[in-house]
Design a protein. Structure first.
Length: 216
């Protein structure tokens, strides 16, 4: 039995991985799909990137067995920080159309101008939370802006995780297109490309599950 910790993207909760989590559980594996602070029903004043990374680190430390750590979109920031803190607790890193930051990067610094405009518009009400775009699932919640703006602090220890995988989706305006091209030429990474839009966990759950099971 393998262990999987699943970290959703911006505005989403653990429910975004329902189809993938159910498939992994049916295959006999232990699955924990996280809803990070500020993105569930409870408020979380002051939630930032460090808080979210700490929540994933806590989940990793709660079990003896190392986990396959999966992040979608914004979740890539979080899983990188958690793996940098506890690389020995991570069996594999899987980025599903997700940010792969270097030290001192932030979502803001890595995002495109179109996403900058989306963040500014979304935070207009209080400056602290970015409301979800209208086309997203109605379960989505306003995202703490500090998590998009805070620069990540990395030692580079996350790179010691042996298995690292990046999955790119195909959609216009993706901020991950150049990243995919760079990583597919890097022998330290396995790369895949899915013919779907950005929300891989919900649009291509079967294909994502097959890749995750290869790390079980």
């Amino acid at each position: 039995m393998a262990r999987f910790v699943l970290v959703p993207g911006g505005w989403h909760g653990g429910w975004a991985f329902d189809a993938v989590g159910n498939a992994l559980t049916s295959a006999g594996h232990d699955v924990q799909a996280l809803t990070l602070s500020g993105l569930g029903d409870a408020s979380a004043p002051g939630a930032n990137l460090d808080h979210h990374i700490g929540e994933v680190v806590q989940a990793l430390r709660a079990h003896d067995a190392p986990a396959v750590l999966v992040g979608h979109s914004y979740g890539g920031m979080v899983i990188t920080g958690a793996a940098d803190t506890e690389p020995s607790c991570v069996k594999a890193l899987v980025y599903a159309d997700a940010y792969v930051p270097d030290d001192s990067a932030s979502v803001w610094s890595l995002a495109t101008a179109a996403y900058h405009a989306r963040f500014v518009k979304g935070a207009a009400a209080d400056g602290l939370h970015c409301v979800p775009p209208a086309h997203l699932d109605k379960r989505c919640r306003p995202h703490p802006m500090a998590t998009f703006l805070q620069a990540i602090k990395l030692t580079g220890d996350w790179r010691s995780v042996r298995d690292k995988c990046f999955i790119a989706a195909t959609w216009d305006g993706s901020p991950f297109a150049d990243l995919y091209e760079r990583l597919r030429r890097d022998p330290a990474w396995a790369t895949h490309r899915f013919d779907c839009a950005h929300d891989i966990p919900r649009l291509a759950p079967e294909a994502l599950t097959r890749i995750l099971l290869s790390y079980a």
